[in-house]
Design a protein around this ligand. Sequence first.
Ligand code: AMP
Length: 271
Amino acid sequence: MKRIADKLHREGKRIALVPTMGYFHEGHLSLIRKARKVADAVIVSIFVNPTQFGPNEDFEHYPRDFERDRRLARELGTDYIFGPDVKEMYPAGYRTYVEVEELSKKLCGMSRRTHFRGVTTVVLKLFEITKADVAVFGWKDAQQFLIIRKMARDLNLGVKLIGVPTVRERDGLAMSSRNTYLSPEERCDAVAIRNSLRHAKAMIKKRIISAPKILAAMRKVIGAAKSARIDYVEIVDVDNLEPLQAVKKGKTLIAAAVFIGGTRLIDNIRV
Ligand code: AMP
């Protein structure tokens, strides 16, 4: 991959990387389309990264379908798929990790203590291996995007980061590879996450900007779904993820993580 990337650069090509864990849905595909528009060569990485999963999480069961992913990526004009195996990325004796302090301990970092350290480590490795000029990420994982942006700035990486809006199912549920874990009843309940965010937006439109008031209303919407158990709902500053007492125009991230049965799903809006 490094040899190919060097050759692309020698030919004067601008390289875009789309890092993924595979099992593509429309969200992934919109990232690939975006990459195709902004670069000469598109590399899609497919790697279920063990270091971003906790010991009791779903690394083993995470859905995988390399052949289907390969076909879809190719149809959208992907030039290269980089699909290393775990031993190539983390050979025996691997000991180096990159961590963005503070940001990585908030929101999802509260219940997934080592998750973002795994994400930043693998993304930095992928940037190095693919020599990406541009990398495309989804706002669906807003905290991940903000943390990677911080890493890129702090470490002078020089890679340009592009965030793509969340792609949703018809009823509003954010697309996620983990949605495949849901039973039919859970699938119905899962839309409560999106509905709670919609409700927040409607309140803000009516000029109700008190964070405690909005959060209480959101908890009520989610609580009405039988299989839902809230991990967190928070209203935070989009730059530093610090909790806000009131919505700040153009600066606010409303984020939720909710267990639907045994499946933990996340969603967010920026307002
Ligand atoms: P994953 O395969 O879940 O690691 O996701 C790979 C990339 O796709 C990340 O940048 C995600 O933020 C992005 N992504 C996942 N779901 C969506 C979605 N529904 N809409 C837009 N981007 C998404």
